[in-house]
Structure formats: C-alpha cells, structure tokens
Design a protein around this ligand. Structure first.
Ligand SMILES: [Fe+2]
Ligand SMILES: [Fe+2]
Ligand SMILES: [Fe+2]
Length: 417
C-alpha cells in the first residue's frame, strides 16, 4: 500500500468554519475581481446586532449571514440586480429562488440546518411582502430578520443615497414594522450609533480587519463535526464551482469520481483516497475568480487570455491555504496543471516534487476535459482521450499513474453526467 499523506488528522469543527469563510470569500471578494465584500459587511452588521438582541444565537447568525447569498453564485453579477419585495416589477425567478437554493445547498452539511433555515428566510419582510414564502411578523425567525436588516443596510450604503450614521438612521427609520420589527430596528440603531460601524466599514481597506475582529469575537459556530461533514462541505463547494460556468457543469464532481476510481485501482488507503477526493472536488475553485467571459469563450483563448486564465491555479492555492488543516490539500488541488516533466504551471514542479494525489487528479482532469463538449470543440471518445493520455505519459503525466488509469478509464461502460 502506498502512503501519500500523514494520517487524517484534522480539527473538523475548525475546518468546517474555515471552509464556510472560504466559501463566503469566494461569494464576493473573489467574484470577478469586483471586491464587493457584501457577505463580509452583512455578517459584521448581523453579528453586532445579534450580540445586542439574541447573544446566544450570535454564532449561528454570523455564519448564516456569511452564506446568506450562497444561492446567487450562479448569477454573473451576484447581487447587483436586486429585488426588494415579492410584488417588485423586476421579478426574476433566479432572484426569487436564491434563498431556496441557498437553504438547499447549506442544509446538506450536517448540523447546519439552523443556518439553512435563516438563509431560507433572509428576504422575508415583517409586513409579509418579502419572498420567497411571504411569511410575516413572528413567523420569521429573528435571526433571519437580523440578516435582512444587515443586508438592506449594506445595499443602502452601497447605493450611496445615504452617507454617514445620521443619514442612514433617518433612512432606515421608515423600515420599522415594514421590513423588520420596531424593536429590532431600535436596537440596531443603538448599535450603529454606539459602535461607529457605518464609518468603519465604509472604507473598503478597513473591511478585512473589521471582519477578522468580529469573527474572532464571535467564535466558531458549534458544529460537533465529523470527517464526513468536511467531505460534504467540500461537495457543496464543488457544486458552486460546477454551476458558476455552464461549460463546467458536473466537471469537479466527475474529476473526483475518476480520481477515486484510479486511487482504488492503485490500492491507496482510505485516508489517501479521501484527501485525493477532496482535492479533486476543489481543484478548480480558483476558476470562481476568473471572468465568465473568459471561461466560456467560444473559440481558443489568445496567449494573453491564456495567461489570465492560468492565475486560477494560484487563486486555488491561496484560497485553500486559508483553511488551517488543508495545507496539503491546497498543494494537491492547485498543482493539477503542473506536468511530470516540469513544464507546467504555476510553479514548474517536476516528477516526485508533485504530490502523488496531484498526479492522479491531472489524469482524471485531462480525461474529463477531453471527453466533455467545450464551447470550441465537440467531446472526444473515451478511446481517443485514453490514446492521447498515453501519448503524454512521461511528459505531462506520471507513467505509473497512466499505467493504472488507462484500463479503468478506457473500459468505463457509462458516461457520468
Ligand atoms: Fe439575498
Ligand atoms: Fe445579500
Ligand atoms: Fe479542472
């Protein structure tokens, strides 16, 4: 049995919390380079309001606020096209359904169902005019009202129609018993006044520091996490990656399945298979930071566009390295464009310098890319893709992996969706 990794030694609660933060980072900071900081600002406000109103639920509310717009990721412009009430003339089914999609995604992770419930209700208005369910008053969980208030406050600040605490206070006073309850609004106004939060987060440069301060103060959400929960969180993350760009639907999932099949035929240990699988699910996470127009471009990329595209491997490593126990997975996942002969990117690693998991994922990734239809070419047959991989054995790919992978991939009797 080949051993690739140190034993599976991870702090699951910390890992899930850090994964959730990484997802939130992708949601806006990394989103097409626009640096919206929307989720971070909403979670800063929500955490401070929760501290004043429902301190026991602060952690849950903070993490739900971080993920509140997770159902939006498939939209190119994220939150810029916003809708306020269910009667809004600009109704768009994608917008109306984002709380439902977000709740569905989040509820898959064990122990996050309370967070999923808050996400489902984060556009409900106190007067019943919100969406998607048209709930009213106390039917709406208080945590969801807090997130709505924080969200609308951020939208108001972003619109530029009210600058400074005084102007904001005046504007939001009309939301009393309309968007949120009068009691909540009064408490929130006191927080805004006392803490100078509006001024603090108005400057973009301040936001990462304020966010980290509030996150530390809030503390991790209590998840008695198992290793399985980390795996499911990786799956959810990969679903986001696979839905952002239509040309990549199902790609990360299929690469992980092919990687598992190759790992099984190479007799890897359970822990090694698990880590290879997680790295495969996350190998293209950096593509979330690349413009849709580039990834879905019909036709070949120009040399300049190709250079811009290559940055995704660096983004993948940087993002995954923010997860304390994922240092090894970050390297495995972000190296899948390295080549066995050292002529790949981003670092030009060669031969044994490449983590073994990477050498498996590279073959699985190339196989899926060749057997999937791209905007600029039709899908190749399994046989033709395998011939191509064999041709690159010893240059692009590790010959030992190719030798084991080809019989598996060539004989697959089904096509994975
Ligand atoms: Fe939203
Ligand atoms: Fe939002
Ligand atoms: Fe890929």
């Amino acid at each position: 049995m080949i051993s690739l990794f140190n034993s599976m030694d991870i702090n699951t609660t910390r890992t899930i919390n850090e994964l959730v933060s990484a997802i939130a980072y992708v949601l806006d900071v990394m989103s097409e380079g626009t640096n919206l900081y929307h989720s971070w600002r909403v979670s800063i406000f929500a955490s401070q309001f929760a501290k004043a109103v429902v301190p026991d639920d602060r952690k849950t509310i903070f993490y739900a606020a971080l993920l509140h717009d997770i159902g939006y990721l498939a939209l190119p412009e994220h939150i810029t096209h916003y809708l306020f009430t269910r009667e809004d003339p600009t109704q768009d089914p994608v917008i109306l359904s984002h709380p439902i999609i977000g709740a569905e995604l989040t509820s898959q992770i064990p122990n996050l169902s309370t967070i999923a419930k808050l996400i489902l209700n984060h556009h409900e208005w106190y007067n019943g005019r919100g969406y998607p369910l048209g709930k009213q008053r106390n039917e709406i969980p208080l945590g969801a009202q807090i997130i709505l208030l924080a969200d609308q406050l951020d939208m108001l600040m972003r619109s530029g129609s009210a600058a400074g605490t005084k102007a904001i206070e005046k504007e939001i006073s009309s939301w009393s018993n309309e968007r949120v309850s009068a009691e909540l609004l009064e408490a929130a106004v006191r927080v805004i006044r006392d803490e100078g939060l509006v001024e603090e987060v108005s400057e973009k440069e301040n936001i990462p520091a304020v966010f980290n301060r509030v996150r530390t103060e809030t503390g991790p959400v209590d998840i008695s996490g198992s290793v399985d929960a980390v795996g499911i969180a990786c799956e959810v993350f990969s679903q986001l990656i696979d839905t952002k760009h239509p040309s990549m639907i199902g790609h990360s999932k299929r690469v992980s399945v092919y990687s598992i099949l190759i790992s099984l035929s190479m007799n890897l240990s359970h822990d090694d298979i698990t880590k290879t699988k997680w790295a495969a699910l996350l190998h293209d996470v950096g593509k979330l930071g690349i413009a849709k127009s580039l990834i879905s471009k019909p036709g070949k990329l120009t040399p300049q566009e190709f250079e811009a595209m290559k940055i995704h491997a660096v983004y993948t490593r940087e993002l995954l390295e923010t997860i304390t126990d994922f240092k090894e997975i970050a390297l495995i996942a972000s190296s899948d464009h390295e080549r066995y002969d050292g002529k790949g990117y981003p670092m030009g690693l060669k031969g044994d310098q490449l983590p073994f998991g990477t050498r498996i994922i590279s073959v699985a990734d190339a196989f899926d890319a060749m057997t999937s239809t791209r905007t600029y070419r039709k899908a190749m047959s399994k046989e033709a893709a395998c011939d191509e991989i064999e041709k690159c054995s010893g240059t692009q790919f590790d010959p030992a992996v190719v030798k084991e992978a080809i019989p598996v991939l060539r004989n697959l009797s089904v096509s994975l969706m």
